[in-house]
Design a protein around this ligand. Structure first.
Ligand code: ADP
Ligand code: MG
Length: 690
């Protein structure tokens, strides 16, 4: 009888040493196939060739040590009901203690005489060095004689390091030979990347620091390279499959706007970016471009110019915004200019009465109306355009993939421009948005004053209130953002309402208003309008004003409980002030309790660059949070790190895109192709073509 053919995709229970119970535990770690085990990499390593002698342990640093248990004691404290296990240890030259709190069963393992590897923080207590709650592992005598660099895996209750390590070792023996190297030879050679199997083994069981480093580089490169090759393929296919887009050339409307209606001169960046967009729109491959710019960098003017170019080209344009407040603001600004230029322009939002909505629908369908500015209402099935040539999405992170797709489908391959609210770190631009063309506005319009940002303990509230009074007496306006309590909109609202009532009592001489997510659109508009006109001097709000409203007289932004917000979100809030010519302030009311929170607040106060803040946010909160939405699977790297490996990402992008340029369907690289489809086919929506 033939032995059954092994495959990498075999269920993990086919690996020797994995029974039903372990299969369940491994499942909890996300490991279901033999291949998953091969790519389940350590969290850290213990270099047991080079452990710290007990005599050299220093307080404050984490250390690893090898020692034998001399004696063990277990106590229970009456007061806090803690169970404390203390082990007395020796390495033959010195003694040390290890203490564990509430670890039932530990005494059974640590009997006197056994050899243990320890890793953890060292403290000095009563003159003696001690490990407090260290990680530990009981070693065989054989391991003492063959010290090695030992992997430590992330694991789950019930699965100890030692059996997990053994299972992975077995999987490497049995299944690694099946793993063929998919990396094109010329690339591996050029970049001096080691072979795949070798690299996987080395990452689990390193033979040395240098060897480990090159192996890690190889595997991190792999992840970036697969993604970039996939993105390149997606971009290539989209270009090849797309019907021809209308070639829209700028003309009389753009010229008239620039000459007669633009109230300022464009910044250098605005000019450059507009040219990039015009060049795309003049071609017949549908534009798919991301416009990034810091808050206040002037993305709207660029959008207006693009809309006018679409009209010059004889097509319609649509501008999608995430909220009614914002759509209305865009409309109020744009409509008068368009009217002067003789361009029929409408606002389409959910709160519009049925009858008016129907009139708008008819105008767009017949082509009598040239431009629609609106919210999700634009995506409704009832909306169709006679000849939509350009679709613009403002604050694109507030819309899902499907919504963007629905918008695009309102025309026959229209050009598409998506805009961000704040900048995105370059590494994310290259991954999450890796198949879009990118334009960046990094320059702010001239004359902007930097917003002075300070963190204030809530205890200092009285002095803040005095300051606000002064500003309002000088005719300035104040935003006050209330804490965002994620679990409960009702609690958000309660907190905001209480704050509003407080402040209204504190400032009887000034108009104080409240804005929150539960209000109907018309009410929001009314309150916002009163703040814009100066009828209200202080606006208390939940974070719905986060989106780009523009009130030049607003000079103070107070953010309550600021540590609850992400840095990019705070930056977006701060961007609501500093839009006029007066000195502006952003005050974070916060009492950060952890060192990390203090660090975050400090970082935020000390920079005004959205790009730097986005980088910091990426470091602190990870890629999913920075873009506002979790991106399905694309940035879940096992080895690669978007911060640490950024040059590797550039190289991988170059190589991936060059390869697809030469060989769009990867016909010459079947292994790479198979691996790519297996790992990213779904998240990139790449489908096999026969
Ligand atoms: P964002 O990029 O945040 O959407 P906006 O488009 O709302 O920024 O522009 C912010 C403010 O800057 C607006 O009041 C706008 O009129 C003004 N602005 C834009 N471009 C310029 C420029 N080149 N010179 C002066 N002011 C400008
Ligand atoms: Mg904007």
């Amino acid at each position: 009888m033939n032995a059954p053919q092994r495959q990498l995709s075999d269920p993990v229970r086919y690996v020797k040493g994995v029974g039903p119970a372990r299969e369940v535990l491994l499942g909890r770690l996300g490991i279901t196939s033999a291949e998953d085990l091969l790519f389940y990499f350590p969290r850290r390593y213990e270099d047991r060739r080079n452990v710290t002698p007990l005599a050299s342990l220093r307080a404050g640093e984490p250390a690893s040590a090898l020692a034998r248990v001399v004696a063990l004691e277990r106590r229970r404290t009456a007061r806090k009901n803690l169970s404390i296990v203390t082990a007395l240890l020796t390495d033959g030259k010195a003694m040390a203690k290890a203490v564990w709190f509430n670890r039932p069963g530990i005494e059974r393992l640590l009997q006197s005489g056994v050899l243990v590897a320890l890793y953890g923080r060292v403290e000095v207590r009563g003159g003696a060095v001690q490990f407090t709650n260290p990680e530990y592992e009981v070693l065989d005598e054989a391991e003492e004689n063959a010290p090695a660099i030992v992997p430590v895996y992330p694991t789950t209750a019930g699965l100890a390091q030692k059996p997990l390590r053994r299972v992975i070792r077995t999987a490497l023996d049995e299944f690694l030979p099946l793993l063929d190297d998919h990396l094109p030879d010329d690339i591996a050679r050029r970049l001096a990347l080691p072979e795949l199997r070798r690299s996987v083994t080395e990452l689990h069981f390193p033979t040395g620091r240098e060897e480990w480093r090159t192996a890690r580089r190889r595997l991190a490169f792999d992840e970036f390279f697969l993604l970039q090759t996939g993105l390149a393929m997606r971009r290539h296919r989209a270009g090849a499959a797309a019907a021809t887009a209308p070639s829209l050339k700028r003309g009389a409307l753009v010229d008239a706007y620039l000459e007669r209606y633009l109230p300022f001169t464009l910044t250098g960046d605005q000019k450059k970016v507009t040219e990039e967009i015009f060049a795309d729109m003049a071609g017949t491959i549908p534009m798919n471009r991301l416009l990034q710019g810091d808050v206040g960098s002037g993305k709207t003017v660029v959008a207006v110019l693009a809309l006018l170019a679409a009209l010059d080209g004889g097509h319609q344009g649509a501008f999608l915004a995430p909220t009614e407040i914002l759509a209305k603001q865009h409309y109020d600004r744009i409509q008068p200019v368009f009217e002067a230029l003789g361009v029929p322009c409408v606002l389409l939002v959910g709160s519009l009465p049925q009858k008016e909505k129907r009139a708008v629908h008819e105008g767009l369908e017949s082509g009598a109306v040239s431009v629609a500015i609106g919210t999700h209402a634009l995506l409704s099935e009832e909306v169709s355009f006679a000849r939509l040539g350009l679709a613009i999405v403002d604050e694109q992170h507030r819309f899902g993939v499907l919504q963007k797709r629905a918008f695009r489908s309102k025309g026959e391959s229209p050009h598409v421009l998506v805009m961000t609210a704040t900048p995105i770190p370059r590494t994310l631009t290259l991954t999450v948005f890796g198949d879009l063309s990118v334009s960046v506005l990094s320059e702010l319009p001239p004359g902007r004053k930097e917003v002075r940002t300070t963190a204030l303990s809530p205890k200092k509230l009285p002095s803040l209130l005095a300051f606000l009074k002064e500003r309002m007496e000088a005719g300035e306006r104040v935003f006050w953002i209330c804490p965002l309590i994620e679990e409960s909109e009702t609690m958000d609202l309660a907190a905001a309402t209480a704050r509003y009532e407080d402040l209204a009592k504190t400032f009887p001489a000034f108009g104080v208003g409240l804005l929150h997510g539960r209000m109907v659109a018309a009410e929001k508009d009314r309150v916002m309008g009163e703040f814009q006109s100066g009828h209200l001097s202080l606006l208390v709000s939940t974070s719905v004003v986060e989106v780009g409203v523009d009130v030049p007289q607003a000079t103070v932004m107070v953010v309550e409980d600021a540590t609850r917000f992400g840095l990019s979100q705070l930056h977006q809030l701060r961007g609501r002030v500093g839009r006029g010519d007066r000195e502006s302030h952003c005050v974070l009311l916060a009492s950060p309790t952890t060192p990390e929170a203090r660090e975050r607040v400090k970082a935020f106060c000390s920079t005004s660059s959205g790009f730097l803040i986005a980088e910091a946010d990426l470091k602190l909160r990870g890629p999913g949070e920075v873009c506002g939405v979790r991106q399905s699977g694309i940035t879940d790297f096992r080895v690669a790190d978007l911060i640490r490996d950024r040059e590797l990402l550039d190289i991988a992008r170059r190589e991936g895109f060059a390869l697809v340029e030469r060989d769009p369907d990867l016909a010459s690289e079947p292994l790479l192709r198979a691996r790519l489809f297996a790992s990213l086919g779904r998240s990139l929506s790449l489908v096999e073509t026969a």
